[in-house]
Ligand binder design. Structure first.
Ligand SMILES: Nc1ncnc2c1ncn2[C@@H]1O[C@H](COP(=O)(O)OP(=O)(O)OP(=O)(O)O)[C@@H](O)[C@H]1O
Length: 244
């Protein structure tokens, strides 16, 4: 479970996150939806200990990410916005390396890496260096790296950005599988259709604040709109940045 409580973050004169609170439960896919610049990436970065909040608290399975960052990180799998691969390592070596950092080794690590290569349909690229990989191939490697230690909580920043239809479907299948395994899955997106297709729960962020939080049905009911698209536009007050 991941909890964000009154998170705030400023960068100089820019307030990136003004007041973000939500709870992402286990076995649920929670979507952080908002237009460009809403504060989604900054929120994610605070949750995965890359950026320190100015105020507020974030907990991963009850562990405070500021006070006990290493312990919090052990319970997290993260797909950051900058995928940041090592060009000289192969896809398989990436997954192995991060597995080793998490204390895996030997046959157990080999088996886990093979499983992920299979699951992410990466057999053709597994033993190529990542230099020159396409956007979709890079996301797959970054996902394998994020999931190699079987984390209970998974944070993904715009996981389907730049992916074609087949790769998007593969990522959706993977997220549903993580949910079925009882993991806590949080992903951010500015694409409403993406969130609508996957999420049990939607946290809408605009101008650094949570402006709506609930199931897709609850969001429709609270805005009195029939379609999710109209409900989002009503919640945010504009359709800017929400369309693909
Ligand atoms: N390191 C930083 N220094 C200065 N300003 C920043 C920094 N990081 C984020 N910001 C600003 O904070 C605001 C929120 O940015 P953030 O990246 O969190 O938004 P986002 O919702 O993820 O947007 P997008 O969908 O475009 O990725 C933006 O105005 C951005 O320019």
């Amino acid at each position: 479970m991941i909890e964000a409580r009154n998170l705030h973050k400023r960068f100089g004169r820019v307030t990136a996150v003004e007041d973000v609170s939500f709870t992402a439960e286990d076995g649920v896919i929670t979507g952080l939806l908002g237009p460009n610049g809403a504060g989604k990436t900054t929120t994610m970065r605070m949750l995965y200990t890359l950026v320190r909040p100015d105020r507020g608290t974030a907990l991963v399975d009850g562990v405070d990410v500021v006070r006990r960052p290493e312990e919090a990180r052990r319970g997290l799998g993260v797909l950051p916005d900058a995928r940041g691969l090592y060009p000289r390592l192969t896809a398989r070596e990436h997954a192995r390396y991060f597995g080793e950092l998490h204390g895996l080794s030997g046959a157990a690590l080999d088996k886990r890496v093979d499983e992920l290569i299979d699951l992410l349909d990466m057999k053709d690229i597994a033993d190529r260096r990542t230099e020159g990989f396409s956007q979709g191939e890079r996301v797959k490697v970054a996902l394998a790296r994020a999931l190699v230690h079987g984390p209970r909580n998974v944070l993904l920043d715009e996981p389907t950005n730049g992916l074609d239809v087949m790769s998007t479907r593969a990522v959706r299948t993977l997220l549903r599988r993580l949910k079925a395994e009882g993991r806590c899955v949080v992903f951010s997106s500015h694409v409403m259709q993406e969130v609508a297709a996957l999420c049990d729960r939607i946290v809408v962020v605009a101008h650094g604040k949570v402006v709506a939080d609930g199931t897709p049905d609850a969001l429709r009911a609270s805005t009195g709109k029939d379609s999710l698209e109209e409900a989002f536009v009503a919640t945010i007050g504009s359709d800017q940045g929400l369309m693909q």
